[in-house]
Design a protein around this ligand. Sequence first.
Ligand code: NAD
Length: 425
Amino acid sequence: MVSSPAAKEIPSLASATQHFFREAAIHLKLDPGIIKILERPQREVTVQVPLVKEDGTLEVFSGYRVQHSNARGPFKGGIRFHPSVDLEEVRGLAALMTWKCAVVNIPYGGAKGGIAVDPKHLTKRELKTLTQNFISMIMPVLGPFKDIPAPDVNTSAETMGWIVAKACELADDDVRGIVTGKPIEIGGSLGRREATGKGVAVSTLRLLKWLGKDPGKMRVAVQGFGNNGSYTALYLAQAGCKIQAVSDISGGLYKESGLDINALFQYVQTSDNHLLAGYPDALPISNEELLETDVDVLIPAALENQITVANAERIKAPIIIEAANAPVTPEADVILGKRGITVVPDILANAGGVVVSYFEWVQNQQGYYWDLDTVNTRLTMIMHRAFDDIYTLANEQHIPLRKAAYVIAVQRVARALEQKGMFVG
Ligand code: NAD
């Protein structure tokens, strides 16, 4: 019987992000004033969003937009709809976006937003009205050159379409570049849907290349088979990796000779059922067992805080690629480091989505749309460059990849602040 991660030491994403920022700031001997600026968001907006429901009753939902830093460019980050959304969570996610955009060196700052709502309890019409009411209230702080939201948990391309409609109406202008992750028909980019998984796969293959390992000999386990995990598994299978285990919320599947990822991918695209119902030719395993499987590469691509002090000693994979945000707690990260396990951090591994969001925004400004090959070639180029910068720094300074990623990101943001004359009275 495999025990699940202990609940007691689970930190919030905000405190984990803050921890890694401080570690990098100390390493860089950053000016205390710059640390003060960057450890807090630049602006926080809280609004109470009214919604008249279809039955005539009035409900009010708390909405947030936190803008962490725009030192390197407009604020950028998703909007999520979830009952657990609060200011603390949104703050952490906003800072994470600042570091992620800086790691891949795209000209954005970081932000995040959300509404504390369970979208399952609203009709589609109610959800559209709630979204548009929220946008009306935070519109003063948004704009294609100010702050650019995108989809996140429980929001989608369709939600972005509703935002474009409301923003264009309020601005009396074509401001479709105000969000990314839009449907293709209204200015979205080819390749956006698969971009995060593609970026995770590109990062994984780049690491294997640096380590001199043949992808064809790699056994891989992927936790989570949603947008991120399914495309990651698909691209790695195409590169020759043997995907031995995958999972979703219903549990996992294991097959020593490798799962048929194409078949599973098709199954989840066309069925509302969970993974376990779709593939009889494999051993059912739990999510906890998947994390401890004897594979060469483990890719948590579902949720935060999956590898904790409770299971870090039992992880067998020598390589972990963080496709999800914050799947490894800071305490577990230390244990993995001592055990010689290489961890490719989330701010690098899953940055492919925001890179193609950036491409979408560029295409909106140009009014000229790229083909899929152009998108993928440029995505791969940016991911390789970011990976190589981090890998080289980590090797030169004998520090873990996560620390190297934060050092590069924090230094880029700090330099931008300095070059804007922060110290010139
Ligand atoms: P998704 O909703 O498409 O998929 C989530 C997957 O995780 C599903 O297969 C779901 O069944 C599974 N899951 C949910 N609860 C689980 C549990 N308790 N145990 C195991 N599996 C569980 O979400 P996504 O977009 O694929 O995002 C996954 C992770 O990647 C999140 O951490 C997200 O923040 C991160 N991420 C996603 C993107 C993106 O563009 N999609 C970008 C950056 C980071």
